[in-house]
Design a protein around this ligand. Structure first.
Ligand SMILES: Cc1ncc(C[n+]2csc(CCOP(=O)(O)OP(=O)(O)O)c2C)c(N)n1
Ligand SMILES: [Mg+2]
Length: 537
């Protein structure tokens, strides 16, 4: 057996490299110095941040965008607990994230060392695998197992912590092996059943979610949709799975589609609140998931193939095909009518800027492969409505966990993985409070991004519903007109405030040309209420 030698940090880093990890996101703490030492020795990229949640969100963005493990190193105790929301977000989003934690020494456990707390029970319910590495020679294997757990569908985060003496001691360990991920073979009978139901449908609809991108199954989905002639809608990272100009690509006719369909095939996303919990009236539901654990328990479906999404989609495309050109053209009419309405909203001249206009102007300056990131309430709901991602894997929203504060972390992860693309964060002014300090990290490490703040001076997604419910609201106001652009300037970036719609386009162009983090602080109409039917359930 070949072995390698070094301290815990070296052994861990070698295992990460073997697994294709390309960078570490971190915030300093003595418990994890050996990881830094190893990275320093190896010339391995380290990106450091001002709040641990940013490090984990950055790792999550890397994992979501690239499908390879995204890794954050957090110091013992508060470092790890500050990463808990990020881990939970990765868990909900099936992102293969690995968090490496420092840990108080095992030999003195219980005596009250600095930051001594057992992290594993805290993160157990929000990870696929969580463990303490008990001995130096176990480090490479432990890292490999954690990464294998993260990469195996249904993907998700893993956590390892390293007691101080394991991290700092030196010794030999087996040479790290590359992780292997087994393909989950779908049950052919269940695939045939799904193919039969979808192929015989009169008014079928496909909804493609994030796991279609995570499984690299966009091509297979396109083939299946084209073979069967089925209209495709998308959510999460599935958005853009068909380019907007594709005759089967739909986004705005969702209501007409879901109320009129006789079969709805949901691929690679849970039947959660975003999809009315899988209740589409009288339509039969086919739920296609990447692992048996993801089959919906709360609703009975007509078929639910589970496993490798490419194989399942290939199976669907080989099924029967029924003609439904009428159905598709009926939906196209609804889509076109909604698109006309949206176009008018995006161009409307109003005294106070409406979010719709911001997106109207933004669409003119965004490249086809731009990565757009949503962090906020109503302002991000509008982004979902008005932006049309042209490629899958270019839209990052917080997903069903809905955690505010992903903005600068996702931006950092996106910039690191795509140095040449436009990266644009769409932020509510409330959301800005969670991560804007990390503009400093972006400036210092030369990671330019554009931040567009929809500044309505309120927690809009809470204020308007509370008013509707109670007739008044509390705890929902922010300072109106606050200069988030000067905050970014103070941190070394640049920016400007825009209060007239005519100034939006030039401001956005300046932002993308700036070469530094640039915040366009758009003062928007606080009385604009997002047309929302449900808020909490
Ligand atoms: C960490 C976290 N805290 C609180 C919430 C609840 N929440 C959801 S949307 C929202 C308002 C967001 O306000 P803002 O970012 O200004 O966007 P707006 O709705 O005003 O466009 C709040 C407080 C949440 N989702 N996540
Ligand atoms: Mg707001």
């Amino acid at each position: 057996m070949t072995t390698i030698e070094g301290h815990g940090g070296t052994l861990a880093l070698r295992a990460l490299q073997k697994a294709g990890v390309k960078e570490l996101f971190t915030l300093s703490g003595g418990h994890i110095f050996p990881l830094y030492d190893a990275a320093h020795e190896a010339g391995f990229p380290l990106y450091d941040v001002r709040h641990e949640q940013t490090a984990v969100f950055a790792a999550e963005a890397v994992a979501k965008l690239t499908r390879r493990p995204g890794v954050a190193a957090l110091t013992a105790g508060p470092g790890v607990t500050n990463g808990v929301s990020g881990l939970t977000s990765a868990y909900f989003n099936a992102a293969p994230v690995l968090v490496l934690g420092g840990r108080a020494p095992a030999f003195r456990w219980g005596s009250g060392s600095l930051q001594e707390i057992d992290h594993v029970p805290i993160v157990q319910s929000i990870t696929k695998h969580a463990a303490t590495v008990g001995a130096l020679e176990d480090v490479p294997t432990a890292v490999r197992h954690a990464i294998e757990a993260s990469l195996t569908p249904h993907r998700g985060p893993s956590f390892l912590d390293f007691p101080l003496e394991v991290m700092f001691s030196t010794g030999e360990a087996p040479e790290p092996q590359a992780p292997t991920v087994d393909i989950i073979e779908p049950d052919p009978g269940e695939v045939a059943k799904a193919a039969e139901i979808l192929g015989n449908a009169e008014r079928p609809v496909i909804i493609a979610g994030s796991d279609v991108y995570a499984s690299d199954a966009a091509g297979a989905l396109k083939e299946a949709a084209e073979a069967l002639g089925v209209p495709v809608f998308a959510n999460g990272m599935g958005r853009g799975v068909l380019p907007p100009e594709h005759p089967l690509a739909f986004a705005k006719a969702r209501r007409a589609a879901l109320s009129g369909a006789d079969v709805v095939a949901v691929v690679g996303t849970p039947l959660d609140f975003r999809l009315s919990f899988g209740d589409f009236g009288s339509a039969r539901v086919v739920h296609i998931v990447d692992a048996p654990s993801q089959r919906a328990q709360h609703v009975s479906v007509a078929a639910s193939p589970a496993g490798d999404l490419r194989q399942i989609l290939l199976g669907l495309s080989q099924g029967v095909r029924r003609e439904h050109a009428d159905w598709v053209s009926k939906l196209r009419e609804a889509e076109n009518a909604a698109a006309d309405k949206h176009a008018a909203e995006m161009a409307a001249e109003t005294e106070l800027i409406k979010p719709a206009r911001v997106y109207g102007e933004l669409r003119k300056v965004l490249d086809r492969d731009a990565i757009t990131i949503g962090d906020g309430g109503d302002f991000v709901s509008y982004a979902g409505r008005y932006l049309e991602p042209a490629m899958p894997g270019t839209w990052l929203d917080p997903g069903p966990y809905g955690c505010l504060g992903t903005g600068m972390g996702y931006a950092m992860g996106a910039r690191v993985t795509h140095p040449d693309r436009q990266i644009c964060v769409l932020m509510g002014d409330g959301a800005a409070g969670f991560s804007l300090m990390d503009v400093e990290s972006l400036v210092r490490q030369q990671l330019p991004v554009v931040i567009v703040v929809g500044n309505n001076g309120i927690w809009g997604l809470e204020k308007h519903p509370m008013r509707a419910m109670y007739g008044y609201d509390v705890a929902a106001d922010l300072q109106p007109g606050l200069r988030y652009d000067t905050v970014v300037q103070a941190l070394g970036g640049a920016g400007e405030t825009v209060s007239r719609a005519a100034d939006l386009g030039p401001a956005l162009r300046r932002a993308f040309d700036a070469g530094v983090p640039y915040l366009v602080n758009v003062l928007t109409d606080p009385d604009d209420v997002y047309p929302r039917s449900a808020n909490l359930a």
